[in-house]
Design a protein around this ligand. Structure first.
Ligand code: NAI
Ligand code: MG
Length: 504
């Protein structure tokens, strides 16, 4: 990577002002821009629905645009599936289930899933660029996290396909049938992998609907599925907004619903499906606490807290959006946090140096702004990183609030943006009490030098995942899921198989 002394560099506009600000904060050098190439990416101007192994136009002929949130430029238009299209997709999945996939030898199913994983690896660069273009996340995250982790999920579950009876010793297992899967916009390709890989490994067929702001990598995945030669109808990918999602989860031909998204929509689906006998898994919102004790390795904890909330612009259901600091370490920690925030690079998602990219949509940006305004009105103290935001596109400067009370909205509601609320505690018991004082329960982090304390806290925190002296670490072999209003069911690992099987 090129590092140039500021004095040597002829800086213009934003770069120059950014560099001057860095000097104010005591940093003598800056990175030169390093944009990722896009020449290898060929987006079609229009994408149809992937049904029964083919791309087909929507019955009603309606399409909608997906844009690049960093520039507001139109990327492509995608089909808006209506109820009849959903019906066709579910029928294709049913045929493929009855006639091919559920009957196929599990070892053979595994080979197809391995093939998907391999083609994802082959097309990794293209997938990473499209993920960053369509959703606004920094290329270093889509390249180093989203795409490799998506491939890893297919590899992992491919391995389970012919070993299912060892996953639940003493039990007979069989697939559920057709899975209707609805995913959000924060990790578009990775969420598709989390949903599709275990479903296929267990012998189910799938209709998947990506989010309306980020449909493109799911459509590339449809091409990959064609390339991997999967039998037609085993995976169907249909695009559309909430109405399409509702038609899919409500379709009588769907045996299992897997949903990741907002708690409000998750509750709505649960109400709509009550009494239908459909199996469900729900992965909903979060308001995770990152708990830092005074004996923690402080600089390491600062890095962990920073990545825990600013990773993917805070568009992470398990983001460490509440920071609980032991009182004695509060002032030092906040000072170090602010210093580190001043060095975060906010801007072009395709620049390899960018730490914080674009907010996914105008709607999400407005939601973040509204909650941040409520924090100021309710009396918390705001600090936003002193960075210049690009003129076009949806951006929000990394922000922390100190002096936050548990009753403040910014301490209770999911902001889903780069905004951290800082609270304090004096004892272990108070930390547990405050961390658990939420309707959510997806994840938490504990930072301490004492191993015994990490384990004790982990057993008392009502959260599906608890990280110790680290944050946001994922592995396909590790189950993920929530307590309370964060949802139910587990994805990942052996536990993730149970969501797609009848275990007798
Ligand atoms: P959302 O829950 O509306 O969207 C998620 C997915 O559900 C999308 O594919 C959408 O088309 C679909 N959907 C919407 N209404 C549906 C319905 N009635 N039936 C079936 N599917 C439906 O999330 P939205 O509005 O994009 O974001 C709002 C808030 O939700 C965010 O600010 C954030 O707080 C939270 N959120 C949480 C996520 C998580 O991973 N836990 C992911 C996305 C959003
Ligand atoms: Mg988009």
């Amino acid at each position: 990577m090129t590092i140039k002394l500021v004095e040597e560099k002829a800086l213009m506009g934003q770069d120059r002002r950014r560099a001057e600000r860095r000097l104010d904060f005591g940093h003598a050098w800056d990175y030169a821009p390093a944009p990722e190439g896009t020449d290898h990416v060929r987006l079609a101007s229009r994408y149809d629905l992937f049904i029964d192994g083919r791309f087909e136009p929507p019955g009603a002929g309606r399409y909608f645009e997906t844009i690049n949130p960093a520039t507001e430029a139109r990327l492509a238009e995608v089909a808006d599936a209506d109820e009849r299209d959903v019906d066709r997709a579910v029928a294709a999945a049913r045929r493929a289930y009855d006639q091919v996939w559920a009957r196929m030898a599990p070892l053979e199913r595994g080979k197809y899933i391995y093939r998907i994983a391999r083609v994802i690896q082959e097309r990794a660069r293209e997938l990473a660029v499209v993920e960053s273009l369509d959703g606004g996340k920094p290329i270093k995250e889509s390249r180093d996290f989203d795409v490799p982790t998506a491939a890893a999920h297919f590899f992992y579950y491919a391995g389970w396909a012919d070993k299912l009876r060892y996953a639940f010793p003493g039990h007979a297992v069989r697939p559920l049938g057709v899975a209707g899967q609805v995913i959000p916009w924060n990790f578009p390709l990775l969420m598709a992998a989390w949903k599709i890989a275990p479903a296929l490994a267990c012998g189910n067929t799938v209709v998947l609907k990506p989010a309306e702001t980020t449909p493109l990598t799911a459509l590339l995945l449809a091409e990959i599925i064609q390339e991997a030669d999967l039998p037609p109808g085993v995976v169907n990918i249909i695009t559309g907004a909430g109405k399409t999602g509702a038609a899919l989860v409500g379709h009588p031909g769907v045996d299992k619903v897997a949903f990741t998204g907002s708690t409000a929509v998750g509750k709505h689906i649960q109400r709509a499906l009550a009494g239908t006998g459909k199996r469900m898994t729900m992965e909903l919102g979060g308001k995770a606490a990152n708990i830092v004790f005074a004996d923690a390795p402080i600089d390491q904890a600062v890095e962990g807290v920073i990545s825990g909330i600013f990773f993917n612009q805070g568009h992470v259901c398990c983001a460490g959006s509440r920071l609980l600091l032991e009182e004695g370490v509060h002032d030092t920690f906040v000072r170090k946090l602010r210093d580190r925030m001043a060095t975060l690079r906010v801007g072009d998602p395709l620049d390899k140096n960018t730490d914080v990219g674009a907010i996914n949509s105008k709607m999400q940006l407005e939601k973040i702004r509204e909650l941040v305004a409520s924090g100021e009105e309710e009396g918390a103290e705001r600090f936003s990183a002193p960075c210049e935001l690009p003129e076009r596109g949806y951006f929000f400067a990394p922000t922390i609030f100190t002096g936050v009370a548990q009753s403040h909205r910014i301490a209770r509601e999911e902001i889903f943006g780069p905004v951290l609320s800082v609270l304090t505690f004096r004892t272990d018991a108070e930390a547990v009490e405050k961390a658990n004082n939420t309707f959510y329960g997806l994840s938490a982090g504990v930072w301490s030098n004492k191993g015994a304390r990490l384990f004790k806290m982990a057993s008392q925190l009502e959260a599906g995942v608890v990280w110790g002296n680290t944050y946001n670490k994922f592995d396909p072999s590790s189950p993920f899921g929530g307590y309370k209003e964060s949802g139910f069911g587990r994805e990942g690992g052996r536990q993730g198989l149970a969501a797609y099987l009848v275990v007798e």
